[in-house]
Design a protein around this ligand. Structure first.
Ligand SMILES: Nc1nc2c(ncn2[C@@H]2O[C@H](COP(=O)(O)OP(=O)(O)OP(=O)(O)O)[C@@H](O)[C@H]2O)c(=O)[nH]1
Length: 381
C-alpha cells in the first residue's frame, strides 16, 4: 500500500511541475512581442525623439515687450523768425518792379526833367505817398548832382530808400510783461485784412522762439474765427480761450488773461473783431476790450493789421483805429500780392509807428519781422 501512495504523490508533483512550466513559457512569449499592448484602442505612442545635444551657444534673448504709449499729437515746428524775410524776399516780386524801374531811370545818361517826373510817377504809383516821394526825389537829385559821374546810382538809391523806410525805428515786438507777468498783445484791424491768420502766425513766431503762448478768440462776431484760431493753436500746441458765439469779446479777453496769469504763460495774444457797423461801435468795443484787459495787466503791444493791397483805403482804416487804441506797431499783410511796397513808408508816416511784421503769403510761416535794409535790398534785387 505504501508504494501506491508514493506513486500518486510523485504523479501529482509531476503534473504541478508541468503546469508551472507551460504558464511561464506563455507569459515569456507575450512579453517578447513587438508593440504588445494591453489596450489596442490606445493611440500609438508618439515617437520619442532623442534629446538634443546640449547647445553650447547662448540662446538669443526673447525680445522685451515695451508697453505701447499712445501716439502724441505731432506738432509743427515753426520756422525761426530771423530767417524768414530772406526766404520770402522773392515774394516781393511785384514790388521789385519798382526797384528795377527806378534803377533803369536813374541809370540813364541824362537825368532830365522828364526822367525825374517818371521817377516821381513810379514812386507815387507804388503808394509811397506824395510827401515822401518829393523828399526822396529831392535827395536823389541833390546827391547825384553833387557826386556827379562818380556816383553809383544804385548805391545812392539804396541808401536813400533805407533812410526813407527809417532803420532807426524800434521794430521789436513787446511780448513780455513786467516782473515775469505775461505780455499782452492786442491785434486789431478790419475784417478780411488777415487778422486771425496773423494772430495764428504770431503764435508760431513766439513758439519758434520757445515762448509759451495763449490765444484769445475775442472775435465773437464771426463764429468761424474762433474755429480758425483753434486750428492754428492746435498745430503748435497752443491753447485757445473761446467764448460763446456773439458773446462779449471783452469777457473772452479777460478770461484769457486770467488763464494766462494762472498758467504762467509768456504771452497772451488777443484776436478781435473788425466787422462793425460804424466807427462808434468799433470805438466802444475795442475801447472796452482794452480797458478790461488792463484791469489785470498792461497791454504791451497793440498791432494794427493792414492789407497792403488796399492802398489809400488802408491808410484811412489806420487813422480810425489809431483814434480808438494806441497802435504801437503795424502788420502789413498780403505784401506778396502787391506791387505797392511803398505803403510801408506811407503808413509809418501817417501813424508815426513802425511796420513790425509783413505778411508775404498764405503759408503758416509766411509772416516775417520787418527790416528796412532787407526790404530795400529785396526791392532792388
Ligand atoms: N497772400 C496772402 N494772403 C494772406 C496773408 N495774410 C492773410 N492772408 C489771407 O487773407 C484771408 C483773410 O484772412 P483772415 O485771417 O480770415 O482775415 P480776418 O481779418 O481775420 O477776418 P475776420 O476774422 O473776418 O475779421 C485768408 O485767406 C488768409 O489766408 C498774406 O500775407 N498774404
Amino acid at each position: 500500500m505504501e508504494w501506491l501512495y508514493l506513486v500518486i504523490g510523485i504523479a501529482v508533483l509531476g503534473v504541478i511541475a508541468l503546469v508551472g512550466l507551460v504558464t511561464t513559457r506563455v507569459r515569456g512569449s507575450k512579453r517578447d512581442l513587438p508593440g504588445a499592448s494591453t489596450d489596442v484602442l490606445a493611440p500609438p505612442r508618439p515617437q520619442q525623439t532623442p534629446p538634443a545635444p546640449a547647445d553650447t551657444t547662448e540662446a538669443p534673448e526673447a525680445p522685451v515687450e515695451t508697453p505701447v504709449e499712445p501716439a502724441a499729437p505731432t506738432l509743427d515746428r515753426p520756422e525761426k523768425a530771423s530767417s524768414r524775410l530772406v526766404r520770402l524776399r522773392q515774394r516781393l516780386a511785384g514790388s521789385n518792379a519798382l526797384g528795377r524801374g527806378l534803377l533803369g531811370l536813374l541809370s540813364r545818361d541824362k537825368l532830365d526833367e522828364d526822367t525825374w517826373e517818371a521817377i516821381e510817377d513810379l514812386l507815387i504809383g507804388a503808394d509811397i505817398g506824395v510827401g515822401p516821394t518829393q523828399e526822396l526825389v529831392e535827395r536823389l537829385r541833390e546827391r547825384l548832382r553833387v557826386e556827379g559821374g562818380a556816383a553809383d546810382a544804385r548805391a545812392v538809391l539804396r541808401e536813400e530808400l533805407i533812410a526813407l523806410v527809417d532803420p532807426t525805428m524800434d521794430r521789436s515786438l513787446q511780448v513780455s510783461g513786467a516782473d515775469g507777468a505775461p505780455g499782452v498783445v492786442l491785434v486789431v484791424g478790419v475784417n478780411g485784412t488777415g487778422k486771425t491768420t496773423t494772430v495764428g502766425k504770431i503764435a508760431r513766431i513766439l513758439v519758434a522762439d520757445e515762448r509759451s503762448v495763449l490765444l484769445a478768440a475775442a472775435d465773437t462776431f464771426r463764429a468761424a474765427a474762433a474755429e480758425q484760431l483753434s486750428t492754428w493753436g492746435e498745430r503748435v500746441g497752443v491753447e485757445v480761450v473761446r467764448g460763446p458765439e456773439g458773446g462779449d469779446p471783452a469777457s473772452v479777453a479777460f478770461d484769457a488773461v486770467r488763464t494766462g496769469i494762472e498758467d504762467g504763460v509768456d504771452t497772451v495774444v488777443v484776436d478781435t473783431a473788425g466787422r462793425l457797423q460804424n466807427k462808434q461801435g468799433l470805438m466802444d468795443e475795442l475801447g472796452k476790450v482794452k480797458r478790461v484787459l488792463e484791469k489785470q495787466l498792461p497791454v504791451t503791444e497793440v498791432l494794427l493789421v493792414l492789407d497792403a493791397t488796399t492802398g489809400q483805403n488802408g491808410l484811412i482804416q489806420a487813422k480810425v483805429f489809431a483814434e480808438v487804441v494806441d497802435v504801437t506797431g503795424i502788420v502789413l499783410t498780403k505784401l506778396d500780392g502787391s506791387a505797392k511796397g511803398g505803403i510801408v513808408v506811407a503808413v509809418q508816416r501817417q501813424l508815426g509807428v513802425p511796420v513790425k511784421l509783413v505778411g508775404l503769403g498764405e503759408g503758416p510761416d509766411d509772416l516775417a519781422p520787418f527790416d528796412a535794409a532787407a526790404f530795400v535790398d529785396a526791392l532792388l534785387s
